[in-house]
Design a protein around this ligand. Structure first.
Ligand SMILES: [Mn+2]
Length: 301
């Protein structure tokens, strides 16, 4: 299936169906073929997830055109390219996790839609991607940095944001960090089999920035970086720290970023994003020596 939508929460399934207004769902929790009478509308076709077995709460819906489900239900979608391959609308329920753990390679993807009075943001990630990106936040230098983050983490990233630019770029940058952190948290799920830790010393011309991070679930930012100019083009340099603070908090990341050298603000900021990207790449990757366990003696992260 080229484009699928996964969710494991009956209440949300009903929201999607009501909002779409095009499909009917017959649910019988005791039967394996409980989704047999899911009737496709103009844009929908449905299939039973064969891996769900008798659990009955995992449904994969193939989206053929026009719609995908966001947090508030189904919303119009511009093109097939914008459709997520897999969406977890909310953190997977235990039954959904059980169903996923049966797969040979569970999809580590997420979509977050976050709307406030200040910003309207959607973030899609695929941790097992190739570093493809399409980032449009309305803040030019920030897009350049997000592109670096995707390219060098190999996490596919599609971010679209609209913010209250008439004030400044602060809310847009901070809230994008929040949404991206939430997406990482959701895509990582229970963190089974990941390496957990990552680090990188990244040079860029005059700048060298070191990142050491732990996907610990315990947010903590160490920010030992001095950007010598208040602006990079039109961008307020203090927002770099704001972004990483939000990413750390909502991604549950112990995130240490230290500048070792550098006098050019653009180079220092870019080296920071690239260092975090390379460290993230290591940390989210599967450890082939221990694929079946959560990397903690506590048994949870
Ligand atoms: Mn650059």
């Amino acid at each position: 299936m080229p484009h699928i939508l996964g969710f494991g929460d009956v209440e949300l399934q009903q929201q999607v169906i009501l909002a779409a207004g095009r499909v009917k769902l017959g649910v019988n929790f005791a039967q394996r073929d409980l989704f047999g009478d899911f009737v496709g509308g103009a844009g929908f076709a449905a299939d039973l997830d064969e891996n769900a077995g008798g659990h009955g709460l995992t449904l994969l819906v193939e989206l053929r055109a026009g719609w995908h489900a966001g947090r508030a239900g189904a919303i119009p979608c511009n093109s097939l390219q914008r459709l997520p391959r897999l969406v977890w609308i909310n953190p997977p329920c235990p039954v959904y996790k059980r169903a996923c753990s049966k797969r040979n390679s569970p999809m580590r993807t997420a979509l977050i839609s976050r709307k406030t009075a200040e910003t309207d943001i959607s973030v899609e990630v695929n941790l097992d991607g190739t570093g493809q990106y399409d980032n449009k936040t309305g803040v030019g230098f920030f897009d350049h940095m997000l592109d670096q983050l995707a390219r060098h983490s190999l996490i596919d990233m599609t971010i679209s944001a609209k913010g209250d630019y008439h004030i400044d770029d602060h809310h847009t940058v901070e809230d994008t960090g929040i949404a991206l952190g939430q997406a990482l948290t959701q895509a990582l799920g229970d963190k089974k089999g990941i390496r957990r830790y990552g680090e990188c010393h990244l040079p860029m011309d005059d700048a060298q920035v070191r990142c050491a991070l732990d996907l610990s679930g315990r947010p903590f930012l160490i920010w030992n970086v001095d950007l010598p100019t208040p602006k990079i083009g039109a961008f307020d340099t203090e927002l770099v720290r704001e972004f990483f603070q939000a990413l750390s908090t909502h991604g549950g990341i112990t995130l240490h970023i230290d500048q070792l050298h550098g006098f050019n603000s653009h180079h220092i900021a870019e080296a920071a994003f690239k260092a975090v990207a390379r460290a993230l790449r290591l940390a989210v990757e599967t450890d082939p020596r221990k694929t079946d366990a959560i990397p903690s003696t506590k048994g949870a992260l």
